[in-house]
Design a protein around this ligand. Structure first.
Ligand code: ZN
Ligand code: FE
Length: 256
């Protein structure tokens, strides 16, 4: 299996940029383009030339660099078909069930609507890696802005079904605040408590808490833990559907 290098870097207030590089094929993709200058700096640091942008959703903090990067590099911009009119300079729309070749890697597209109506994730099974944008965060999930709780829950459930060892790259560094919230919802979760200590130490040292891994999320992400008896008891939702438990947790988080 050919090597695929991944370089993550912070940009804007709390976004992450990610570059994906296949040296043999001479290809470099930016996962989203929060900020053209930051992407250019990361590219020149690595000595890579941008060939693609893989967009997860239309929000400006994920597409703000599209036009400038396309103008300076001529890169091909791939993004969610359903948001084609809202994504600047997009060349090719993709959706659920499609896959495309990036160098030696097969990239699978998953529709993950809810944060936005057309949000997609990119999954590379051969490298046990997925780029999930603003659908899932470490110990958190995106706000449900263009869907309902059933839609968003179905998207999260789709990510949960990926192999447990899948590395997840997310759009934002919200981990500490998410962990603090999670502990309020499920105070008896010792894995969550331990992880919060760990990510607080990482942030104090100026280090990223991402990428995360699906198995760690299953243990510590209260938005995914709809089967937790403690969470259900505290919310008074012992017999509710999973999506309803998810919705109640999301409501609580929205109230801050
Ligand atoms: Zn967003
Ligand atoms: Fe975002």
């Amino acid at each position: 299996m050919a090597k695929l290098e991944i370089h993550q870097f912070p940009c804007l207030a709390d976004n992450y940029g990610v570059l994906l590089h296949d040296a043999d094929a001479g290809l470099t993709a930016s996962i989203d383009a929060p900020d053209a200058d930051a992407v250019h700096r990361a590219l020149s640091e690595k000595g890579w030339t941008l060939t693609h942008i893989l967009t997860t959703h239309h929000h400006a903090d994920h597409t703000g660099g599209n036009e400038a990067l396309k103008a300076s590099t001529g890169c091909t911009i791939i993004g969610p078909m359903a948001e084609a009119e809202r994504i600047p300079a997009m060349d090719r729309g993709v959706g659920e069930g499609e896959s495309f070749q990036f160098g030696s890697a097969q990239v699978h597209v998953l529709d993950t609507p809810g944060h936005t109506a057309g949000h997609i994730a990119y999954w590379i099974p051969a490298h046990a890696t997925a780029f999930v944008g603003d659908t899932l965060f470490a110990m958190g999930c995106g706000r449900v802005l263009e869907g309902n709780y059933q839609t968003m829950w179905a998207s999260l459930a789709k990510l949960v079904r990926l192999p447990a060892a899948t590395r997840l790259y997310c759009g934002h560094e919200y981990t500490v605040a998410n962990g603090q919230f999670g502990l309020r919802v499920e105070p008896g979760n010792t894995a969550l408590k331990a992880r919060l200590d760990e990510v607080e130490a990482l942030r104090a040292a100026g280090k990223p808490t991402l990428p995360t891994r699906l198995d760690r999320e299953l243990e510590t992400n209260v938005f995914l833990r709809t089967r937790s008896p403690e969470i259900r008891r505290r919310l008074g939702l012992a017999t509710a559907e999973d999506w309803q438990v998810f919705g109640a947790v999301r409501d609580l988080k929205n109230k801050g």
